[in-house]
Each structure stands twice: as C-alpha cells, then as structure tokens.
Design a protein around this ligand. Structure first.
Ligand code: ATP
Length: 368
C-alpha cells in the first residue's frame, strides 16, 4: 500500500547509542549515526573497526544489544523489546560477495525481490535496473556465465529493483578490478541518486568514500571519530587519525611559543594550545611549495632536495629542511606534473597552510 509522503522528510536510518560486543570484545562503542532521505553516507575506517557489524545491526542481521535502530521514524530494534527481522525492514542489501541464485537467470534474480508485483511489472522494473547498470544484454544468461564484476552489477540491480528507501552496501566494489570499479561506482552512484535511495555504504577506501558520499562517518576502533562532508573531513580534520587516514603526511613537532609553532618549514598558528606545550604539525605533501634557489654553495645550510621521482600525474620530492636554529627535518613533497630538481638542489619551501594541521602532541595535557 502506498501512502502520501509527509512533507517533512523523516530520517531514513537512525542509530543511537549502539554498542555491540562479541564475547568480551566490545567492537561498537556507542555510535550515533543518521542517514537522511536521498543521502549517501559512507562508513569509512580501517579493517576491524566495526563497520560491517554496524551495517549488520542496521539490517537486522545482528541482534541489537544496546541502543536503538529506527527506520523512517519507526523503532525496528531495541534490546529486549523489539527486533524486526531483516526481510521486514524493506532495505536493499548488497555485499562484497553477494551471492546470486545460480539456478535463476540474471533477469529472474533481479525480479526475485519484486515478488508482490504482477509479473509484467516485475519484468519491466528488473529490466530497467539492469539497463541502468549496463547489464540488460545479459538478462537471459546465468550467473556462472558472468565475470565477477558483472555478477556484482546484477547484485546491485537486484538490491535496487524494489526501490528500497534504504540501501545498505558493504564493500560492494571491492571484488572488482580497478578499471571496472571506477565505472561501476559511477553507475551505482548514478542509480542511487536517480532512485533517491538513502544509502549507508561501508568501505575502507578513502577515495571511494570521497567519491560516493554526501557525508562520511570515519570510524576507528568501534567509535565514529568524525562525521561530515568529504570536504569537511579532508580540509578540517578533527584529529590526527583523520589526517593520516586520507593519505601520507609529514609529521613535525614543536613547542607552542607566543601562540605559534616553529618548524623547519615555517611557522604556524597554534594559539588554541597551551603556551609551552608540545604540538604536532601535520603537513600534507601537497602543502609544500618548492622553489629552486641559485646558491648551491650553501646547500648544507638550506633546505635541499634529497631525491626526486616522477610518479606520473605528480612528482614526489624528498627534502631535507633546516630551521634557523639548526634543526633538520626530512619531508616528502608532492608536486603536480613533472618536477625533477637535481639531488642536492637548494630550495626554498613555502607552506600552503590550508593543508597544514596542528594538534596537541599525543600524550600532551590538553587544555591545561
Ligand atoms: P573489515 O573491513 O575487515 O570487514 P570491519 O570494520 O567491517 O572490518 P567488523 O567486521 O565489524 O569490522 O569487525 C569488528 C571486530 O569484530 C573485529 O575484531 C572482528 O574480528 C570482530 N567480529 C566480527 N564479527 C564477529 C563474530 N561474529 N564473532 C566474533 N567476533 C566478530
């Protein structure tokens, strides 16, 4: 039965105060997370941080131990009181190794989830989804005749066919080879946005999360460290872990003096940290702007190039930097295009401060 949509959108998925343990091992430690209608949220984090467990709790595949799960405003799981089983949650599920039914054709696999509809309607809907994922020509073939990537597309089509208002996807692209993966990510995002499905997608790949997500929830060790748009996490990371998760970074240390930290590559503001405390300065390789200097006679006193390598779209430069007080630091810089200064070349280094982040050093007393 169809009811009229209320004008105020109802949060598609809400997890609150979710904790979960396996035996004595607590793997989800109090998670708050929402997915709004039409929104793609990526649950991102290293292996073993609890992403899959959280997704399984949302799907109802794992019985909730503590907290609450709501779908479109209805509580579907509350410990000891309610557990709506997965098939009654009207969510679309697709996993890394989503098994298709081997005895059903591609079309029948996709039609399977559309049981309540009349046959002609089911067929039409299934074909439309296969078309969107570039698999309409394979409708009459069987899963074993398809490559892994094609099977994964069919699995996505099957999950999307009932037009669920919530999609739960666990590493749906990780079994695909790199070239195919980009294409299928693209197609999947297109379909998700077209259908307007709220989506929670688990991935350990930061680039995938940045591509797919309206918002990213970055997890570590059972907790969400930061939630925000890809831009917020990349440009305003709340914690050193968030910086390092999105790529290699140079870590320098210094002492907060007059509200600033001086490093061999420049001075940065740190007025919010206690005077005299130890600070960590995280400098992305892209933050280092390098200019060649003519005075090679004094190379040892200045910053100089240790090694330069062309990686394709960018060049990687290993640098040795010297501060005025004689401190030395080794850094990696990444420069777009071909930039291959000679070993020993003296350079001037400028910092793009938008790619530099300052935190209290680990173990330093915060907010003293
Ligand atoms: P990955 O990306 O490797 O799948 P993840 O972030 O999805 O990692 P989970 O699969 O949620 O992490 O696992 C979190 C922790 O819980 C891990 O330490 C894992 O070993 C453990 N775990 C997961 N499922 C079970 C289970 N059924 N029984 C016991 N321990 C489990």
């Amino acid at each position: 039965t169809h009811t009229l949509e209320a004008t105020a959108p109802v949060t598609a998925l809400s997890l609150s105060g979710v904790r979960h343990r396996f035996d004595q091992h607590v793997v989800v430690k109090g998670v708050e997370l929402t997915v709004e209608p039409g929104e793609v949220v990526c649950l991102l984090g290293p292996s073993g941080c609890g992403k899959t467990t959280l997704l399984r709790i949302a799907a109802g595949l794992e019985v909730l131990q503590e907290g609450r799960v709501s779908l479109r405003g209805d509580t579907v799981a509350a410990p000891g009181r309610r557990h709506v089983p997965p098939e009654k949650r009207s969510v679309g599920l697709a996993f890394q190794d989503s098994a298709l039914f081997p005895h059903l054709s591609v079309l029948e696999n996709v039609m399977f989830g559309l049981k309540p509809l009349p046959a002609a309607k089911r067929r039409e809907r299934a074909l439309a989804r296969l078309e969107q994922l570039g698999m309409a020509n394979y409708a009459d073939t069987y899963p074993h005749m398809l490559s892994g990537g094609q099977q994964q597309r069919v699995a996505l089509a099957r999950a999307l066919a009932p037009e669920p208002r919530l999609m739960l996807l666990d590493e749906p692209f990780s079994s695909l080879d790199a070239r195919l993966r980009d294409q299928i990510r693209d197609d999947t995002l297109h379909v998700l946005k077209k259908v307007g499905a709220a989506t929670l997608l688990v991935t350990h790949d930061p680039e995938e999360a940045m591509f797919m997500a309206d918002r990213i929830a970055l997890m570590r060790d059972g907790t969400i460290v930061q939630t925000g748009t890809p831009r917020e996490l990349y440009c305003a990371p709340c914690d050193p872990f968030v910086v390092t998760f999105f790529g290699e970074v140079n870590e320098l240390s210094g002492v907060v003096t007059n509200g600033k930290v001086t490093t061999p590559v420049g001075t940065v503001e740190a007025g919010w940290l206690p005077e005299g405390s130890d600070a960590t300065v995280m400098v992305r390789p892209e933050a280092l702007r390098i200019t060649e200097r003519p005075d090679s006679a004094t190379a040892h006193e200045h910053s100089h190039v240790v090694m330069a390598k062309l990686l394709g779209r960018s060049s990687l430069i290993h640098l040795c930097a010297h501060s005025q007080s004689g401190e030395e630091a080794h850094l990696h810089a990444r420069v777009p295009g071909v930039f291959l200064p000679a070993e020993g070349q003296p350079v001037t280094i400028d910092l793009d401060l938008s790619q530099v982040f300052v935190f209290a050093a680990a173990g330093a007393a915060a907010g003293a």
